[in-house]
Write a protein of this length. Structure first.
Length: 476
């Protein structure tokens, strides 16, 4: 089923979402702050209006329920309005008990002032109170405060103060430059987020492109190393190491195919030619028997290479079992070395086994067959390194909780540049390719077996004329 999900780039995904998140947070904070400021402004306005209308009602009651319209009264009202921090357009109206206007300030009310008759029902009450009134001409809303005039305890009239209701949002809308600055800040924030996301996406895009190259079979990829962020630098470094390792494995695979083809073709060609010579009576008698003997040896070598490949593949798939049993390691190593020596025929290679005494003996629990596989491979490598003659020394070295088996030869040695490569699968050194046939899995296979036994196999050192491998086995 085709993938119908619309895919978006990481840059688009995160930059848009960061922008929306930034706007959402800003709006939530702005609305919350505005609501808080609006509530405080209304509360403060109501308190100041109540105080102002109380002062006016007290002054009017003391003047017989009226406030004279003269300059001194106007100054006194202006001072009270300024004292309580109210709008200079505050309106004052004095009503009598019948709802008639006794006096008003200013003398001529603005046209948008709510008509007096519409407010009488809200004005004529016996207690100080607040209410809202609406203009008859526009949508202006007024905050109204009423205070009854008492003389001394009888209501003689009502003092009413009107001012436009506090509206913080409406006031802010007048500051267009501030609003533009806020939106500019939001856009600037989004721009910063976009650039940061773009910088983050760049190495990921680079890694994705490199992955596509690897899928296409091109492993020699290059990465920029100038990233300051530690995590991104580690990502690029790890990806580069992975690509290099894949490139190396591809080279080894090619070498393996070429090596296997060559190593299998050579004995098959030899066997075919020898058998044809015998069959065609080109050779007879003892010479024919010698040809058949060579065919048997080539067949055995061919079988051994196939068995090595199968064993290696089994170990890679973790299908090879380890069967541990109690044995004397010194006797086991001596028997293995002796059997190997007898199989070398008339070789001029000298072999020595050094087994020092151990206080608690050499008895341990391990798999003798797997130990023999490792030792035979190390001895064969030592023989191949010395060509026709030389000396191989096998030493048992006791240690706390373990035993070390060192195989030393006086051969040509391993070049320093190959020390870290010799345990790689299918790797064969330049010198060995010219002198010895094989698949390059002996040391790899031996180390895998050593790990399965709970030990290890390492190259202790190698120079021309001296090479030592150390095989460690733990005491179970």
């Amino acid at each position: 089923m085709p993938d119908r999900i619309r895919r978006r780039s990481l840059l688009y995904y995160w930059s848009i979402r960061y922008f929306l998140l930034l706007v959402t947070v800003f709006l939530v904070v702005a609305v919350s702050v505005l609501c808080f400021i609006q509530a405080n402004a209304l509360s403060s306005q109501k308190q100041r209006m109540s105080s102002l209308v109380r002062d006016i009602a007290t002054a009017a009651a003391a003047n017989g329920g009226n406030i004279p319209n003269n300059p001194s009264t106007n100054r006194w009202l202006d001072e009270r309005v300024d004292q309580y921090g109210l709008d200079n357009r505050t309106i004052v109206i004095i009503f009598d008990l019948q709802g008639r206007i006794i006096s008003q300030f200013p003398p001529v009310l603005p046209p948008e002032t709510p008509p007096a008759p519409s407010m009488l029902q809200d004005v004529m009450r016996d207690k100080p109170h607040l209410f809202t009134a609406h203009s008859s001409q526009d949508d202006t809303v007024y905050q109204a405060a009423v205070f009854p005039m008492l003389d001394p305890s009888l209501t003689t009239g009502y003092a009413l103060c009107l001012t436009q209701k506090a509206d913080v949002l409406k006031g802010l809308l007048e500051f267009k430059a501030l609003i533009a600055l806020i939106f500019l800040f939001i856009l600037l924030g989004w721009g910063v987020i976009y650039l940061m996301t773009r910088r983050l996406v760049k190495p990921i895009r680079q890694a994705a492109d490199a992955a596509d190259q690897i899928v296409a079979g091109y492993y020699n990829v290059q990465f920029s190393q100038d990233y300051k962020e530690e995590e991104i630098r580690e990502l690029m470094k790890s990806f580069k190491e992975m690509a290099d390792q894949l490139n190396r494995l591809e080279e080894l695979r090619s070498q393996l195919l070429a090596g296997v083809t060559h190593e299998l073709k050579t004995p098959i060609t030899s066997i075919s030619g020898l058998i044809q010579a015998v069959k065609g009576r080109v050779v007879t008698g003892e010479e024919a028997d010698a040809f058949l003997e060579i065919c048997l040896k080539e067949s055995s070598r061919l079988q051994k290479m196939i068995e090595d490949l199968l064993d290696f593949n089994s170990f890679v798939d973790s299908t090879v079992t380890i069967a541990k049993e109690w044995c004397d390691l010194d006797k086991l190593i001596a028997d293995i070395v002796e059997r190997w020596r007898l199989g070398q025929g008339s070789s001029e290679i000298e072999i020595v086994v050094e087994t020092p005494d151990r206080a608690d003996g050499w008895r341990m629990q391990t798999d003798p067959n797997r130990v023999e596989q490792i030792m035979i491979n190390l001895l064969n490598n030592a023989r191949d390194a010395m060509a026709s003659k030389g000396k191989v020394s096998v030493r048992l070295v006791p240690a706390l909780g373990a035993s070390y088996i060192q195989v030393h030869d006086t051969g040509s040695g391993i070049p320093v540049k190959e020390h870290t490569e010799i345990f790689e699968p299918f790797y064969r050194g330049d010198g060995k390719k010219m002198r010895v046939r094989g698949l390059g899995i002996g040391l790899t296979f031996s180390r895998m077996i050593a790990h399965s036994l709970g030990g290890d196999l390492i190259l202790s050192g190698s120079i021309p004329g001296s090479t030592t491998f150390t095989f460690m086995l733990p005491f179970s």
